[in-house]
Every structure is written in structure tokens, then in C-alpha cells.
Design a protein around this ligand. Structure first.
Ligand SMILES: [Zn+2]
Ligand SMILES: [Zn+2]
Length: 353
């Protein structure tokens, strides 16, 4: 298959910094779209993968799955897009398309394994997929999204992972007017959860360990803030929430949060702590409560989320960086020092030789 070389930023070993490398992209096939990448958000998964913290990284690794850009070329059989269109790519670039999940539009749960945007077996080239820290990407049109024209493009990039990761469970568990919703943690995921739940019409309660985040939580749309290390506040709010979206990726006591749920309440994890989270049976049994997880969203739902964000003018709060600052950005993210998502201005890669 014909390929061409593009510039990228990636890493060749778990302990190595990211630096400029060259990768191969396929020429567009009949169903492919080629996108000139303008912005790419920086997700915690990028760090985990670059550093092989979720074992299985194939090197070289080029992370990035919050991609926004402009279409430069389309294949002869492409019907949904044309050159010049704005486009986006999220966490997946393909799936089997035949299993029950794929047929129901839930490609993220493909029973044969969806093809991740990076570090997944590339069905076309037989190598690993490379992500958005690169000049261009070639993707089957069925996995390409439209970006509403009114959104700030850089700030829209994080919608492709942080946005859909929080939107999908809020929709699935029918968050809306009359519902009281808790968002645990307001980092990259949580701050999107607050904005989306508010726009869906829910009463939004942020649950955080740090009083310093109260003002910001309210600015993002929270109606109330509960400090989780204040036992009095936690007790007072027991049994008050219909739904809790848990966005924390550090170890935490899940039972303390389950107590905040009303009868038939649901707590859904989207953050992924490394160690198991012990759940006491009597955190669930009295009150018929449920504890669940959720992973990104299907392609149709991701488009629905982008259109929803277009209508409500929702984007992420971001700090725009040059690709040359990516290693520093990783260190700051690990300290929680970002409000609330780094986005790479990919024009900075064009300056590299
Ligand atoms: Zn992500
Ligand atoms: Zn499938």
C-alpha cells in the first residue's frame, strides 16, 4: 500500500521524552478522509500509553485522540465530507462493524476490539496506529466527526475524549431537569461533566476534596459544592443525589460517595484508579443502588454530543501549548496543574524541520 511520511511527536521507550519523529500514513483509499491536524488535546491516556503504564505500548508511540482539523483530501467513495470541511477524530478510527455492539452504534464496546486512534493494530498498514500529535491523519469517513462551525476549534478538541466520556453516561442514565447530579472531581473530565450536566438541565453538585475549587466549580455551572473531607457536609447530603459521575483517577473511598445517592441511585466511574475500589455490600443493598462504569461513546453519540455542544456553545477550558512543550505539560498534568485541559497548537509542529 502506498504511504507518505509525515512529521509527528512521539516516544521510542517508556522512560524517554517525546520528540520529533517521522511516521507513515497511508494514501487515501476510496472511503478515507485526510485531515490536516490543527489542534490536538492532551489526555491522561496519552501519558499512560507513552510511558507503558497500561502495559502493551508498541514503540514508537504517537499519542493524541482529541483531534480537530481541516480535510485536505477525500477518497473517491467518500459521501459525507469534502476537502475544506472541518473535521474531528476521537478515540477510535475503526471497529469490526459486525458484532452486536457495532450494529447498535456502540463501536466503543466492539466485541472484537475497536481500533484505537493510537497504539492499536492498524488494519491497513499492519503496524500500530499513530495519534494526533502529528501533521495529518487518514481515517475512514465512518469514524470522522463534524465540528460545529461556531465553536472555538482549539477548545473543542477535548470534547472528542473528555467531552464524550462524560456526555455518554449522563445521557445513558437520563440526567436532565428534576435530577440532582453529583460530579466527583473537577479535572479534565469533571469540568466537562459539570458543563454538560448543567446544559442538560440538571441540578449540579460538585464533590471535591479542595475548598479552593469551590469558586471555579460554580463558575463552570455547579449549583452546589460539597467538600468530601468535611464529614458534616457529607452527612447532611446523604441520600440526596439521583446520579453521581465519578471522574477521579486516584484512589478514593467509593462507599462515602455511594451514601450520597438516593434510592435507586447510580454511581458511574469514568476515572480509572489503578487499584481496585472496595465496595461494601451495604453501600448498595439498602436503597437498591448501582455501581457502574462507562467508556467514551459510539460515533453517532459523539456526533450528537458535538452538535449539543454547538447548540449550547460548550467547549473545554484549555491552555494552548506548542508541541515542543509537551514533556513539560505531562509533568504539570501529573501534578494536577492545568485548567483544565492542555491542547497542542499543531502549527508548532510545522516549524520543526
Ligand atoms: Zn482520552
Ligand atoms: Zn464490533
Amino acid at each position: 500500500m502506498n504511504t507518505h511520511t509525515v512529521k509527528a511527536f512521539g516516544t521510542e521507550a517508556p522512560e524517554a521524552d517525546l520528540k520529533q519523529i517521522s511516521i507513515e500514513r497511508r494514501e487515501v483509499n476510496a472511503k478515507d478522509v485526510e485531515i490536516d491536524i490543527l489542534y490536538c488535546g492532551v489526555c491522561h491516556s496519552d501519558i499512560h500509553t507513552a510511558r507503558n503504564e497500561w502495559p502493551g505500548t508498541i514503540y514508537p508511540n504517537v499519542p493524541g485522540h482529541e483531534i480537530v482539523g481541516r480535510i485536505t483530501k477525500v477518497g473517491s467513495g467518500v459521501t459525507k465530507f469534502k476537502a475544506g470541511d472541518l473535521a474531528a477524530v476521537g478515540c477510535m478510527v475503526d471497529s469490526c462493524r459486525e458484532c452486536e455492539s457495532c450494529k447498535e452504534g456502540l463501536e466503543q464496546y466492539c466485541e472484537n476490539g475497536m481500533t484505537g486512534t493510537y497504539n492499536a493494530p492498524d488494519k491497513h498498514l499492519g503496524i500500530q496506529t499513530f495519534g494526533g500529535y502529528s501533521e495529518r491523519v487518514v481515517v475512514d469517513e465512518d469514524f470522522v466527526l463534524r465540528v460545529p462551525e461556531n465553536l472555538d476549534l482549539a477548545a473543542a478538541a477535548p470534547l472528542l475524549c473528555a467531552g464524550i466520556t462524560t456526555y455518554s453516561p449522563l445521557r445513558h442514565w437520563k440526567v436532565g431537569p428534576g435530577k440532582k447530579v453529583g460530579i466527583v472531581g473537577i479535572g479534565g473530565l469533571g469540568h466537562m461533566g459539570v458543563k454538560l450536566a448543567k446544559a442538560m438541565g440538571a441540578h449540579v453538585v460538585v464533590i471535591t476534596t479542595s475548598a479552593s475549587k469551590t469558586e471555579d466549580a460554580k463558575r463552570l455551572g455547579a449549583d452546589e459544592v460539597i467538600l468530601s473531607n468535611d464529614e458534616e457536609q457529607m452527612k447532611r447530603n446523604a441520600g440526596t443525589l439521583h446520579f453521581i459521575l465519578d471522574c477521579v483517577s486516584a484512589q478514593h473511598d467509593i462507599n462515602a460517595y455511594l451514601r450520597l445517592l438516593k434510592r435507586d441511585g447510580q454511581l458511574t466511574l469514568v476515572g480509572a484508579p489503578e487499584e481496585p475500589l472496595p465496595v461494601a455490600p451495604f453501600s448498595l443493598i439498602p436503597g437498591r443502588k448501582s455501581f457502574s462504569g462507562s467508556m467514551i461513546g459510539g460515533i453517532a453519540e459523539t456526533q450528537e454530543m458535538l452538535d449539543f455542544c454547538g447548540r449550547h456553545n460548550i467547549t473545554s477550558d484549555i491552555e494552548l501549548i506548542a508541541i515542543q512543550d509537551i514533556n513539560k505539560a505531562y509533568e504539570r498534568m501529573l501534578k494536577g496543574d492545568v485548567k483544565y485541559r492542555f491542547v497542542i497548537d499543531m502549527a508548532s509542529l510545522k516549524n520543526e524541520l
